[in-house]
Design a protein around this ligand. Structure first.
Ligand code: NIG
Ligand code: FE
Length: 416
């Protein structure tokens, strides 16, 4: 199929975009893209492609932006229940940390998730997956982390695999058993860290190799924060995971600077996420590494906190910056990357072009798939969006409504 006459075709070609280089859209006016067998075969001006492929089935995109599908590289997609009660408490002045200390927070969702069957988890996550697709996300990372015990963490991994197999949203899994200390280990957090290292990580690897042999292992992630795991515990878990062959991620500096970003750079993690309180020297360490800095502006917004990721400092230091939703029931129930972009343009001071690159090609880099996703280039998977608008800057500029008109996944219209 030849999609042609796009007012603006954004290719995002040329690989991940570092530092001040962020924002290269590869914009082609009156652009076209040829899709065959689920892949991009050619990209260029409409006149050129129409002449080169005269017999191809066509789709007229005039008046619309055509661009790669969004990649959302940090989500907690699979959980049971909701925390609307906690949200109401926060509007009345209680803090997230106070609610967590009183047994709410992550542990409230853990109770609901442990009680849910695989089918219930699938039904609830599936709805969110479709909402994400309708808002233009064609690939997302999805974390476990609401089980905090071997069997439930595996059930969450199973749910992620099942939803990915179902499609059309493609999911890249992350194992986040180190999301919080479970109630059983409340008086012995180090005991849980040891259990993760000695028992759970090897078990997950064996389970994975038995169930989906040949598929790359999930990433392993840690919530490195005073309310969860300290720097030494985070290092212990991530070093063990690395030794077992897992790729690494970290939740760092969301509420306090503990050194997680520096640790991620040192260990060669694929990404370090949140980075609200990251000090200048840790920004420099991150920027000098291959680790992608993932900003999650929905989280401070969701908590009504004034401080956001210092994105401009990360770019000035030459870092790789990506954007994600952090979709979760506590701080940021948001399935919309267009809304993430709108926040990033205001609170992270990104231009629309920078935010779009951070939500596509750089987001793909943050989950290790930039070689096949995140841009419209020959050979890449045909995951693309048609926007309602003719000018890409309406992404960021407008918010609260959905600018996505059509979504193609692997060469098939899945939202139209
Ligand atoms: O990113 N970092 C930890 N996880 C989420 C919160 C999860 C929850 O509250 O359920 C976050 O803010
Ligand atoms: Fe998170």
């Amino acid at each position: 199929m030849l999609i042609h006459s796009a007012s603006q075709l954004l290719t995002l070609a040329g690989g991940p975009q570092r530092g001040r280089d962020l924002g290269r859209l590869g914009l082609i006016e009156d652009g076209a893209v040829l899709v065959r067998g689920g892949r991009i075969e050619a990209v260029g001006p409409s006149a050129v492609l129409r002449a080169a492929y005269p017999h191809e089935e066509t789709w007229d995109a005039s008046g619309h932006v055509v661009m790669p599908g969004f990649v959302d590289p940090h989500t907690h997609l699979v959980w049971a229940g909701d925390r609307a009660q906690e949200f109401e408490w926060r509007t009345q002045g209680k803090t997230y940390q106070e609610i967590a200390a009183a047994g709410g927070g992550i542990l409230a969702t853990v109770r609901a998730t442990r009680a849910a069957s695989l089918e219930e988890l699938l039904a609830q996550a599936r709805q969110r997956a479709w909402t994400m697709l309708r808002h233009g996300t064609t690939t997302a990372e999805a974390k476990t982390g609401y089980g905090l015990e071997p069997a439930t963490e595996l059930r969450l991994l199973e749910a992620i695999l099942a939803l990915n197999a179902e499609g059309p949203l493609e999911l890249i899994p992350t194992y986040l058993a180190a999301h919080d200390v479970p109630p059983e280990f409340r008086h012995d957090p180090q005991g849980y860290v040891d259990q993760i290292c000695i028992e759970m990580l090897p078990e997950v690897r064996a389970w994975w190799q038995a169930h989906v042999p040949g598929r790359p292992l999930p990433f392993v992630d840690v919530f490195c924060e005073r309310i969860a795991f300290d720097l030494a515990q985070s290092r212990q878990i991530l070093e063990r995971a690395r030794a077992l062959g897992f790729g690494l991620k970290i939740h760092a500096d969301e509420f306090e600077a503990l050194g997680g970003a520096r640790l991620a750079a040192e260990l060669g993690a694929v990404s370090a996420d949140h980075l609200v309180k990251t000090p200048p020297e840790d920004i420099r360490a991150l920027a000098a590494s291959a680790t992608v800095a993932v900003a999650l502006p929905c989280t401070p917004f969701g908590l009504a906190q004034p401080e956001y990721t210092p994105a401009r400092a990360i770019l000035e230091a030459g870092g790789l910056l990506a954007l994600a939703s952090d979709l979760n029931p506590g701080t940021a129930w948001c399935e919309s990357m267009p809304f993430v972009i709108a926040l990033a343009c205001r609170y992270l001071k990104l231009t629309p072009a920078e935010a779009i690159a951070a939500a596509t090609i750089n987001a793909a880099a943050a989950i290790g798939v930039a070689d096949r996703l995140g841009s419209l280039e020959p050979g890449k998977q045909a995951d693309l969006l048609v926007l309602e608008v003719a000018d890409y800057r309406h992404l960021g500029y407008r918010f609260g409504t959905n600018p996505v008109k059509r979504v193609m996944k692997r060469g098939v219209w899945v939202v139209e």
